[in-house]
Ligand binder design. Structure first.
Ligand code: PMP
Length: 451
């Protein structure tokens, strides 16, 4: 019998939630996922309240989006004021203050990239689409390199780059031609089969790119760009060795290829730096942002070296991209996030220490990894290291029933991507609930394990 966390007062889903879920399921697209029956009424900081009066601790932040926490007063005020002035005027065709200020602010990060220009979008996937166009236009080359396990969104260009979610590509073809998928550096699951502790520079899949792919499959002089997530998001919160990204930078420099960092998930303070590029000390030519940039208001950005953003006037645009209310939310979000970076690094370290302690008592946790508050725990069968996917599904459900919101990624990884405002207390509460869940689920795992 599952013990309810004190914050969860009714059996889930409660009666009000059930009515809303029923309506939703009758009329909304069957493609939506909705992992567990959470029906949100409001949120504050890292806490979310449902329509039946239950309170949940949010460690997934609407998929790493609610960077400043729910309903942060500074962001809410900025949104309210902007909405009271004008809702829309189209930044592609007209000027307004928040649009210009946001472009300038984003261009000011990562000074090592040199002078930059910014294109504002509605979402991450739209930033990816724009970057594909920009890379091809600027280089006059057609091929794009992307990574196995990568995820870049759900529009056609983006799903052509994806490879982490089979269901999101299957039966939608033909996809964009000219995309090559190569292995990503994963120290826990090294493509060359070595142990996590010893996997390093020698296994760098970036080397294979030059030695094999550019020799046997594609002429590097026809490659426009390498699109890479500096930390794999949907593919399982995989942190590559710095040498992987450094080597990609060198390869791009050697062959005149553009390096594109998709920081839709890893950016805006999540790693304890404004962008993960700073953590690794590797600068891209084009950086893509979205998710946490406006605390959940729909906004994304293509931030490119000025020398690269060369597409001519009228060649690319967007009706809503850089909407004034979203720009106001983004400027306010950046104010808040800039003040949180030290705390993200400290809280992230605490979180990883706590998860490692759990790992020492629950061998089903095969790996703990992450940077800042982008942390993953990969769950495996301890005997075989096979992904424990069903276990993770059950864990998400059980955590929800105990008042903790978690979200999986990859085959069997739980991502810990809370609002960046979480502190010691929330980490301690989360670890306590998780420990209780693991205690309840471990019996099931040993029953399922082969004799
Ligand atoms: N790139 C990455 C790395 C992502 O994680 C996502 C979303 N999970 C996207 C792009 C797509 O962003 P959006 O859902 O805003 O279109």
């Amino acid at each position: 019998m599952t013990m309810l966390h004190p914050e969860v007062k009714t059996a889930l889903p409660g009666p009000k939630a059930r009515a809303i879920i029923e309506l939703d399921q009758r009329f909304s697209s069957p493609s939506y996922i909705k992992e567990y029956p959470l029906v949100v009424e409001r949120g504050e900081g890292p806490w979310v309240h449902d329509v039946d009066g239950n309170r949940f601790l949010d460690f997934m932040a609407g998929i790493a989006v609610a960077s400043t926490g729910h309903a942060h007063p500074h962001v809410v005020k900025a949104v309210q004021e902007a909405a009271g002035r004008f809702l829309h005027i189209c930044g592609t065709d007209f000027y307004y203050d928040a649009f210009s200020k946001l472009c300038a602010r984003l261009a000011g990060y990562l000074p090592e990239m040199g002078p930059k220009k910014v294109f504002l979008t509605n979402s991450g996937t739209e930033a990816v689409e724009g970057a594909i166009k920009l890379a091809r236009h600027h280089t006059r080359r057609q091929y794009i390199v992307a990574f196995k396990g990568g995820f870049h969104g759900r529009t056609y260009g983006a799903i052509s780059l994806n490879s982490s979610k089979v269901a999101q590509r299957a039966f939608f073809g033909p996809l964009l031609p000219g995309v090559i998928h190569v292995p990503y550096a994963n120290p826990y699951r090294c493509p060359n089969g070595c142990a996590p502790q010893t996997c390093g520079d020698a296994c760098n899949p970036a080397l294979a790119l030059e030695r094999e792919w550019f020799v046997n499959h594609v002429d590097p002089r026809e490659v426009a760009a390498i699109f890479v997530e500096p930390i794999l998001g949907e593919g399982g919160y995989v942190v590559p060795p710095t040498s992987f990204l450094k080597e990609l930078r060198r390869i791009c420099d050697t062959h005149g290829i553009l390096l594109v960092f998709d920081e839709v998930q890893s950016g805006i303070g999540r790693t304890g730096h404004m962008f993960a590029a700073e953590h690794f000390g590797v600068m891209p030519d084009i950086l893509l942002s979205a998710k946490g940039i406006a605390s959940g208001m729909p906004l994304g950005a293509i931030i490119a070296k000025e020398s690269v953003m060369t597409w001519p006037r009228g060649s690319h645009g967007s009706t809503y991209g850089g909407n004034p209310v979203c720009c106001a939310a983004a400027l306010a979000t950046l104010d808040v996030v800039e003040g949180l970076l030290d705390s993200v690094r400290a809280t992230g370290a605490l979180l990883q220490r706590g998860l490692r302690e759990l790992q020492s008592r629950h061998p089903v946790i095969g790996d703990v990894r992450g940077v800042g508050l982008m942390v993953g725990a990969e769950f495996v069968d301890p005997a075989t290291r096979e992904p424990a996917s069903a276990y993770v599904g059950e864990l998400e459900q059980l955590a929800f029933r105990k008042g903790l919101l978690l979200l999986s990624c990859g085959k069997s990884t739980i991502r810990f991507a809370p609002p960046l405002v979480v502190g010691e207390h929330e980490v301690a509460v989360m670890l306590r609930i998780l420990d209780a869940c693991l205690g309840e689920l471990s019996l099931d795992l040993s029953r399922a394990a082969p004799a």
